[in-house]
Design a protein around this ligand. Sequence first.
Ligand SMILES: Cc1cc2nc3c(=O)[nH]c(=O)nc-3n(C[C@H](O)[C@H](O)[C@H](O)COP(=O)(O)OP(=O)(O)OC[C@H]3O[C@@H](n4cnc5c(N)ncnc54)[C@H](O)[C@@H]3O)c2cc1C
Length: 444
Amino acid sequence: MKFKIDFSLDRRKLLAAIGAGAVSATTFPVFGQAAPLRKVVVIGGGMAGATVAKYLRLWSNQTVDVTIVEPSTSYVSNIMSNLVVTGQLQPSTLNYNWSKLTGSYGVKVVKGAVTSVVASGTGWSVNISGLATPLACDRVVVAPGISFDPVLDNVSQPLAVLHAWQAGPQTTQLRDLLAALPPTGTFVMSIPPAPYRCPPGPYERACVIADYLKRNKPGARIVVLDANPDVMAEPVNFKNAFSTLYGSNLTYLPGRKVKFITAGIAAFSGTVAVDVVGTGFTEAYAGDLLNIIPTQRAGAIAQTLGLCDATGFAPVNGVSFESTIKPGIHVIGDASKTALPKAGHVGNQGAKICADAILRLFANQQPYPTPTANSACFSPLSSTVASWLTAVYQYEQQVDLSWKYVARDQVSALTGATEAGAPSVQNFSKMSTWYKTLMTETFA
Ligand SMILES: Cc1cc2nc3c(=O)[nH]c(=O)nc-3n(C[C@H](O)[C@H](O)[C@H](O)COP(=O)(O)OP(=O)(O)OC[C@H]3O[C@@H](n4cnc5c(N)ncnc54)[C@H](O)[C@@H]3O)c2cc1C
């Protein structure tokens, strides 16, 4: 495999590359002679799991047996779900399934949730709820996404909070409660400490909800309580939107970590108490609708399998996404702990690096030593304009000799991600092309 970054790309070519959802100029070896038949079980058929399954089949010339185990009958995309919350998109635009992966690539799909994985000979035995016979395989790929930590210090179980951070029934529930917000009501949302799924996502939600309120309930307002010290992604465009577009109806408060909630009379209303980080003070904010996004960690099965460290995420070797705790098991997507952001586009890229590494390992080769991934994210800032954020992530050796993914601007090659110069209608239209391309790249 030859990953190549062309740092001389101009901005137009860059956007075309993002639209293609591609790792820049990539060619892959064909692993057609793998013998004996190798088997891989993928736990979770989301952004990362669906991609790794597809590319294991595609790049092995369909010689590796690949099974996705997934409890749901369809996948609901988180990406674009903020526009379902505001009623701009229909929920059906978020629905995907695995029929094309099965029909075009021969990926097998078993319905069920993985409950345990046990070492068996040189491979693994994967136990699935409701299935008497475990699945045997050579390697396991764990891609369960995230789970939510208890958010408050006065409860021991995850609260019944309305986060809508795992798209599905909560997405439409938040949409319906937003539509029912009193005309002069207050919408309070909280942002968890990083790392969390989709760094720009909460700020995007704050903007599109402020836009919705401006258009539909001009007397209502939104209060954003951020546990982080500052806006975590696209700071220029989001802060600009907070102070200009939404200067009159959005209050952004960094350094506010949710401490506890006192329930109100209406569903998901009440008062949120927050620690003002680093001061020892507590403040309280009353809301007619509370959208609390809890602290996150890897999906529950990654915890059960003992793949996570104290951060709650699973440390992996960046060249293969193989667990550094349990070799032979790979962890991809949001559940893994790398310097890559937790995003669907990145989950797709990491899954390809993992698929390539597994095929090389099956062919008794070493994983490619310096893989590259890219990240692109379009963020709607209203119902008509969007911004974007992008970076190339190069796996490279650091001065202390450790290895990690380092973000680089695709144009200047300087360290760090690049955000759009300004939000625009044109970006909003490109966002739909990017979304369709990424989802086709993953599920078709
Ligand atoms: C509001 C919002 C907006 C976002 N916008 C963007 C964006 O614009 N761009 C972007 O790149 N990313 C975005 N993201 C982030 C993106 O959705 C996630 O990073 C991505 O879905 C992670 O992929 P994943 O495969 O790790 O997890 P998921 O996509 O969540 O998939 C996990 C799958 O694992 C299954 N599973 C869980 N446990 C088990 C088990 N025990 N056995 C079998 N299967 C199991 C689940 O059912 C699920 O299907 C957004 C997220 C949110 C919440």
